[in-house]
Design a protein around this ligand. Structure first.
Ligand code: SAH
Length: 426
């Protein structure tokens, strides 16, 4: 393996940084918060580099926890342990956290034998604040949202390669903020950097595309250029639910990406599926995914159409043509990345809800999802539901769901995905 410093037990040798905390940091830390903010730091023993092991002390020099230092984020320390005794920070702790994350998923893995793509680590909810690890068949994707993980990515990969011997490829993905850091801070990593096992050096030309299975369906994902880490694993259960509802249905999948919902609908017996996405690459990927599953009779018999275009415009145009569907799925990208964008986001959601219900056949189903963590369930659904009522429709909400099992969300801010299923009546 050659993701530096994959060979070395780097974390055990990483610099230690003593961090003296202000009193206000102590209670949240004791209560399990994974964040130590910049303004809670009283004093540092040195200037501190990204990924240094931060040993936390209170003002009386009493040990308060440990984590990784991030000089680029207002959350200066990503807390790994708040135990009152000094934990063995290093490979041991990371291995232990990784094993716990796998154990948390064991039951779910067993239930989904025909699936080989999962989230292995869901950030702070799995004890790795600022880090996501997804597995697609034999490839591991590490997505870093904090510079604290940069020097440790190789170690994390090595741990998962050891725990899951089927893994032999690694992709590093960096959040937009991290990708902007100067190269000198990136420990030779870059967004989309690929690694393969030594025994696979011949495969050096691997381009980051991979085939994987989800509930028996075969999908491709582009782990380097794709959205998120290549696929929206968090929507797995909703896709399955749509599949259950789709018998003989005409389905409209808005914001379709690579056709996840569409393939499930087709497998579930949909008569037709129409994808809408403004990315031509997404529509092409969806077409390829349909081709790949022609051995499934539902997919073979389903009339599949892809429309490249803006969701709002395409939906308005379909509504003007008086087109109707039995199921309309609306799963937009996050419209509110900052608190200041929440009102605009809500306006977009209500516009989509109005357009969506006008395209549903009487008694058909509107599936409405949002992945904006800043727009909670209690804001989103009332707005969506009043838009539907104001448009003159009645609805029967019959299901509201959240993330799939491999996306545990322990903290309020980790809960981002919500999805509502409603029958729409005139
Ligand atoms: N439902 C998908 C995930 C959707 S991600 C799944 O389950 O896999 C959001 C998608 O919306 C992306 O593919 C992006 O290209 C597309 N998109 C974003 N804004 C859009 C717009 N205004 N019109 C059409 N597509 C849009």
């Amino acid at each position: 393996m050659f993701c530096p410093p994959l060979d070395a037990d780097h974390i055990s040798h990483a610099a230690r940084l003593a961090v003296k905390l202000k009193n206000k940091a102590l209670a949240p830390l004791r209560n399990g918060d994974f964040r130590v903010y910049e303004d809670s730091v009283e004093k540092l023993s040195a200037s501190g580099r990204a990924g240094d092991i931060a040993i936390l002390f209170d003002k009386k020099q009493k040990f308060a926890g440990a984590g990784l230092y991030d000089p680029f984020s207002p959350v200066r320390v990503k807390v790994l342990s708040n135990s009152s005794s000094l934990p063995k920070i290093g490979q041991d702790l990371l291995t232990c956290l990784a094993k716990e994350a796998l154990a948390r998923r064991e039951e779910g893995f067993a239930k989904t034998a025909s699936t080989d793509a999962f989230r292995l680590v869901n950030g702070e909810s799995d004890g790795f604040p600022g880090l996501v690890a997804d597995k697609y068949s034999s490839a591991l994707v590490l997505k870093l949202y904090s510079a604290a993980w940069l020097p440790h990515a190789g170690n994390i990969a090595a741990i998962f390669f050891q725990l899951l011997p089927q893994l032999d490829k690694l992709v590093i993905r960096l959040s937009r903020e991290l990708a902007k850091l100067p190269e000198t801070e990136l420990y030779t990593l870059s967004d989309g950097k690929l690694f393969t096992l030594e025994s696979m050096e011949k495969n050096r030309e691997w381009d980051g595309k991979i085939l994987f299975r989800e509930n028996g369906l075969l999908f491709e994902a582009d782990l380097v250029r794709g959205q998120k880490t290549g696929f929206f694993l968090d929507q797995r259960d909703n896709r399955k639910e749509v599949g259950r509802l789709a018998k003989n249905a005409d389905v409209l999948n808005v914001f379709s990406y690579s056709g996840g919902f569409s393939l499930y609908a087709a497998k579930g017996g949909a008569k037709s599926v129409t994808d809408v996405d403004f990315s031509k690459y997404a529509i092409e990927e969806s077409n390829r995914n349909f081709q790949r599953n022609m051995d499934c009779s539902g997919v073979k018999n389903c009339v599949h159409t892809g429309i490249v275009g803006d969701a709002f415009e395409v939906m308005s145009s379909l509504a003007n043509q008086r087109k109707k569907f039995d199921i309309v799925i609306i799963d937009p990208p996050s419209f509110a990345k900052a608190a200041s964008e929440v009102n605009n986001a809500l306006r977009s959601y209500t516009r989509l809800a109005r357009l969506g219900c006008s395209l549903v056949r009487n008694g058909g189903v509107l599936v409405f999802a949002s992945c904006s963590s800043r727009v909670g369930k209690s804001e989103l659904f009332p707005a969506v539901n009043s838009a539907i009522a104001e448009s003159g429709y009645k609805e029967e909400i019959f299901n509201v769901t959240e993330h799939a099992f491999d996306h545990p969300a322990k903290f309020p801010e980790s809960k981002y995905l919500k999805c509502q299923y409603a029958r729409i009546f005139r």
